[in-house]
Design a protein around this ligand. Structure first.
Ligand code: SAM
Length: 289
């Protein structure tokens, strides 16, 4: 005879429900390593706070415990100029887009899942380089930028982690093998100045970049669609249903003729509106005009 299964203790059931809600709200797959960290965090909460966190999470409300849960369950590793080959490809693509544009206009880029901002600042540096290469922007002696011919640049970085966005908005980055600048060669530092043993972006970069706390699963942010959408190394831990939802948000957030890019371990948009463009092992996805 098969012994009757023992019911799970109430606290374990509550933690399971919280992890289910975390998957629904943030995409995080329940069997992933970050979800295991979230589970340990939740298991240590008193039951009244666990119940309140579950209600808040399900209702899309932020609270101290929800924020702490998100901080425990996100992998925020990031650094400047990550995946150099893909960035070089994007730079070429952007130059082509600027050359082909019939109107002077703002170039818009969205870093979705920007962590502490390194990717958003990288995209701004890239955009400034492209405009400077076409004679449409000049770095001034005081580190600011002068745009020409009616062109400008806007980068939005969003992340679900409020702590990450706080750090992104007060940027001070270190160099080192596991730090923000893994390759602090002079070419990578032209848009930064040295301060207190680290580096801060020049005003030219800062003025183009904004940050906001936002969940990709809630839809594209105000300002969409963007010429470039970068969502790199974010969807890796997502459960399948949420990954599909995120892909459709990112696709809708990409302007016609724009570019969508993922990390090297992420799979692509799987959407006939996009055509992959390859160069030297890197890929970005062009949305048909
Ligand atoms: C590994 S970091 C990647 C940072 C950067 N994109 C890069 O490639 O260097 C992943 C980031 O995605 C964020 N994230 C995870 N789920 C998210 C969601 N549903 N909405 C927005 N950001 C999310 C995490 O908070 C974390 O900062």
């Amino acid at each position: 005879m098969v012994p009757a299964a023992r019911p799970l203790p109430l606290a374990t059931q509550a933690v399971d429900r919280l992890i289910e809600a975390l998957t629904r709200r943030t995409g995080l797959a329940p069997e992933s390593a970050p979800a295991a960290r979230a589970r340990s965090f939740a298991a240590a909460l008193p039951t009244d706070r666990l119940a309140a966190a579950l209600l808040d999470l399900d209702a899309g409300r932020r609270s101290h415990d929800v924020d702490a849960l998100l901080d425990h369950s996100t992998n925020r590793e990031t650094y400047f100029f990550r995946d150099r080959r893909q960035l070089l490809l994007l730079e070429r693509e952007l130059s082509g887009m600027v050359r082909a544009a019939s109107l002077p206009r703002e170039i818009t880029l969205w870093s979705a899942g920007c962590a502490s901002g390194e990717e958003a600042y990288t995209l701004a540096v890239l955009g400034l380089r492209v405009l400077a290469g076409s004679g449409l922007a000049t770095l001034t002696a005081d580190g600011d930028v002068r745009f020409a011919g009616g062109w400008s640049l806007r980068v939005l970085g969003t992340d679900i982690s409020a702590d990450a966005i706080r750090r992104a908005g007060a940027p001070h980055f270190r160099a080192g093998p596991v730090a923000a600048f893994r390759d602090p060669s002079p070419g990578n530092l032209t848009h930064f100045r040295a301060v207190d043993g680290g580096f801060v972006p020049l005003p030219a970069v800062r003025r183009c970049v904004r940050f906001a706390v936002a969940n990709i699963l809630d839809g594209a942010p105000p300002g969409a669609p963007f010429d470039v959408v970068s969502c790199r190394n974010v969807l890796f831990y997502f459960a399948e249903a949420q990954r599909r939802r995120a892909l459709s948000v990112l696709a809708a957030g990409t302007a016609e003729g724009g570019r969508l890019m993922f990390g090297s371990t992420d799979s692509g948009p799987d959407d006939p509106a996009f055509v992959p463009r390859h160069h030297e092992g890197a890929v970005v996805h062009a949305r048909r005009a």
